[in-house]
Design a protein around this ligand. Structure first.
Ligand SMILES: Nc1ncnc2c1ncn2[C@@H]1O[C@H](COP(=O)(O)OP(=O)(O)OP(=O)(O)O)[C@@H](O)[C@H]1O
Length: 318
């Protein structure tokens, strides 16, 4: 059975009459990377701060590593490394000095802290910038140093608020890869909040879609896709060497293939929606009808599609 590291039960935060977080139930398991996704103002930061015991919930329970965040925030803080969206450093000190200082604040001796800091600067890829003042660090370098700050505490859980904000695309890729490697290597549980879907999709084991304080859905990409696109979960596009001229009879036969929902023809292309992967059957059918196929593309739904469906769908029920 999976061990829950973060457990939220009916977690609620109200300011006046406004529910910023509304009856949130969520379990995050040991070693998993969970992405809390939602637009600005969804309540992600408030949720994180309640998990850390920094904001008191109006009602409900938040537990991290078995400790109640409200009654035992110190125990929670000893297990969690928190990286806020804007990590601050002492700009007049070097990256290494900043990290050693954080190590000391977390109870390491100067010697231990220096040893650990040197190791971590290498882990996060800042070994060439040990002695540069953090005032000269780029945003991406600061995020890496922020991660080292978190790791020097040897946490069991890492919570990151918008960790990729303001980093360039190649920096983001490297940074997320680093998080994934660290999580897998050390069995670290990672919760990250973000609205950068494509990035998150690459490293998260599961995501939760959070809007106006409510968790609308949670699961891995395949599960969410299945829930949302169960009627037309697959689209196959076939390109021919000439404009598509399916006869009515052919179209009917195609529709009779089990699970074909819809056929759309445009120029040399035919787009078929079905709720089961039927690519081999459809290709065989087209070949049997003597059509020359130049390409076949099978669309699978990604997080971008899932997100869009939740946020841009007129029927959104929140
Ligand atoms: N102390 C407060 N008093 C009143 N409203 C607040 C307070 N703190 C947060 N809010 C409101 O709660 C809502 C959720 O804020 P929160 O910062 O948790 O969202 P978020 O999902 O982290 O968004 P962002 O990505 O913009 O940080 C916002 O509408 C915010 O204005």
């Amino acid at each position: 059975m999976k061990t829950s590291i973060i457990e939220l039960k009916g977690l609620t935060k109200r300011y006046g009459s406004i529910h910023v977080v509304n009856h949130l139930n969520l379990n995050i398991h040991k070693g998993e990377i969970f992405g809390l996704l939602g637009p600005n103002g969804a309540g992600k930061t408030t949720t994180i701060l309640m998990m850390l015991g920094l904001i008191e919930p109006t009602s409900g329970i938040a537990k991290v590593c078995g400790h109640n965040s409200i009654s035992n925030p110190i125990a929670v803080k000893s297990k969690v490394g928190y990286m806020p969206d804007n990590v601050g450093f002492y700009d007049h000190m070097t990256g290494l000095e900043n990290l050693i200082y954080i190590g000391e604040l977390n109870g390491l001796s100067s010697k231990e802290s220096e040893k650990e800091a040197l190791k971590l600067m290498q882990v996060v890829g800042l070994d060439k910038y040990l002695n540069s003042k953090t005032a000269t660090y780029s945003r991406g370098m600061k995020q890496r140093l922020g991660l080292a700050d978190v790791l020097i505490k040897q946490p069991e859980v890492i919570i990151m608020d918008e960790p990729t904000l303001g980093i360039d695309p190649s920096g983001v890729k490297d940074f997320l890869k680093l998080i994934k490697t660290l999580s897998r290597k050390h069995g670290l549980t990672v919760l990250l909040s973000s609205h950068h879907l494509n990035q998150v999709q690459k490293i998260c084991d599961r995501v939760g879609i959070f809007v106006k304080g409510k968790l609308l859905a949670q699961g891995n990409i395949e599960q969410l896709s299945e829930q949302l696109f169960s009627q037309t979960s697959h689209q196959i596009s076939i390109t021919l060497d000439e404009p598509v001229k399916l006869t009515q009879e052919e179209e009917l036969k195609l529709l009779q293939l089990a699970k074909v929902e819809h056929i759309h023809k445009e120029g040399n292309q035919i787009l078929i929606s079905c709720n089961k992967i039927l690519t081999p059957n459809i290709v065989r059918f087209m070949v049997e009808q003597n059509y020359n196929i130049t390409s076949v593309h099978q669309k699978t739904y990604g997080l971008e599609d899932i997100y869009q469906k939740y946020f841009e769908n007129q029927h959104l029920n929140v």
